[in-house]
Design a protein around this ligand. Structure first.
Ligand code: CUA
Length: 188
């Protein structure tokens, strides 16, 4: 078989072009990570807090009666959420607008995703760990909270709602509840 005299040169040129293309793609991806990290403040959680997933429902802060939105004495609101195959508890989170919100969430079985549309909250819920996020919703509205981490056959149907309401309305609803169990949600 005759080999073209320039074939070596051609191969080298083509290889170099592909290498440049791959390098360009890597540079674009790294730039995207840096941009979203700085501009949208998307950071991986930097602290580690553990919890026992097998006793989640029995004792501690993630028992069912303690889930939902709890007004704190400093004026902020803490929302506790548990994810399990294939739902979130509560299924509808009720929060006030213009108030600092701290989400404390974990999983009772496998890794789930935690994402609230139109916010910078986008993370994972891992069994054994408490994920915390802080945000303030500027105005009333509805947000979707889909699980975006493949967690099994029912993954596509796993999502919750976040309903942001007026601060005064929220506080009024909280006032009506007994002082020792002020936990709000919009689950009907
Ligand atoms: Cu839970 Cu996907």
């Amino acid at each position: 078989m005759a080999i073209h005299p320039d074939s070596h040169e051609v191969a080298e040129r083509v290889e170099k072009r592909w290498a440049m293309l791959v390098l360009a793609i890597v540079v674009v991806l790294v730039a995207m990570v840096v941009y979203t990290g700085l501009h949208w403040a998307m950071m991986p959680p930097s602290r580690v807090e553990t919890v026992r997933p097998e006793t989640l429902h029995v004792s501690g802060e993630f028992i069912e009666s303690n889930l939902g939105s709890a007004p704190e004495s400093d004026g902020s609101v803490t929302v506790r959420v548990v994810a399990q195959q294939y739902s979130f508890t509560p299924q509808c989170l009720l929060v006030p607008a213009g108030v600092p919100i701290t989400f404390r969430a974990t999983s009772s079985d496998v890794v789930h995703g935690f994402l609230i549309t139109k916010t910078n909250i986008n993370s994972m819920l891992e069994p054994g760990y408490v994920s915390t996020f802080k945000t303030t919703f500027d105005e009333p509205g509805d947000h979707l909270m889909p699980c975006h981490e493949f967690c099994g056959v029912g993954h596509h149907g796993m999502w919750a709602h976040v309903k942001v309401i007026d601060r005064a309305e929220f506080m009024q609803m909280a006032e009506k509840l007994p002082a020792d169990s002020r936990r709000l949600s919009c689950v009907k």
